[in-house]
Design a protein around this ligand. Structure first.
Ligand SMILES: [Zn+2]
Length: 156
């Protein structure tokens, strides 16, 4: 393995922790993919300068149509209030995990899970029959990982 970049840990504010708890309550459990979705939603909203309930926000979530990949959708929904039910969230079955956030005015940002980082983590993220305390640790890891390591943020 090559050199290790020094990156700052993500600052987990109490607000962030509260959103994670809310997402876990909605989703039924806490896991790393749910946390990924929450973070993607927060980045999208931040980058567009929209608040979570901005009525002009629309989201396209791209992920595999199976758990645990699809768990990201609930994280995104809780943060952005763009849901399947209110038709503000579109789903695209995709091998890569990404989300496009768009305001009706035309501003757009895409948040993609860094494939290099994901491939490094996928062994632990996707292992079968992990005990709940391990899943919780993985969620914590994804929650605290530096943003620049975990995501690629791009405007189109
Ligand atoms: Zn899940």
């Amino acid at each position: 393995m090559g050199s290790k970049r020094v990156t700052s840990k993500y600052n987990m504010t109490s607000e962030f922790k509260a959103i994670i708890e809310k997402a876990a309550d909605f989703h039924g459990h806490l896991g790393p993919f749910l946390v990924l979705g929450v973070r993607m939603g927060l980045i999208g909203v931040r980058e567009l300068g929209a608040r979570g309930n901005d009525e002009h926000l629309r989201v396209t979530a791209m992920t595999r149509d199976s758990t645990p990949f699809s768990c990201i959708i609930d994280g995104i929904q809780v943060v952005t209030k763009c849901t399947i039910g209110n038709r503000k969230l579109k789903l695209i079955d995709s091998p890569e995990i990404a989300a496009e956030f768009e305001l009706q005015e035309g501003d757009k940002v895409t948040v993609t899970v860094n494939p290099t980082t994901f491939n490094r983590l996928r062994g632990s993220l996707l292992s079968e029959n992990i005990p709940p305390e391990e899943v919780w640790k993985l969620a914590q890891m994804v929650a605290s990982m530096p943003e620049e390591e975990l995501f690629i943020i791009g405007s189109k």
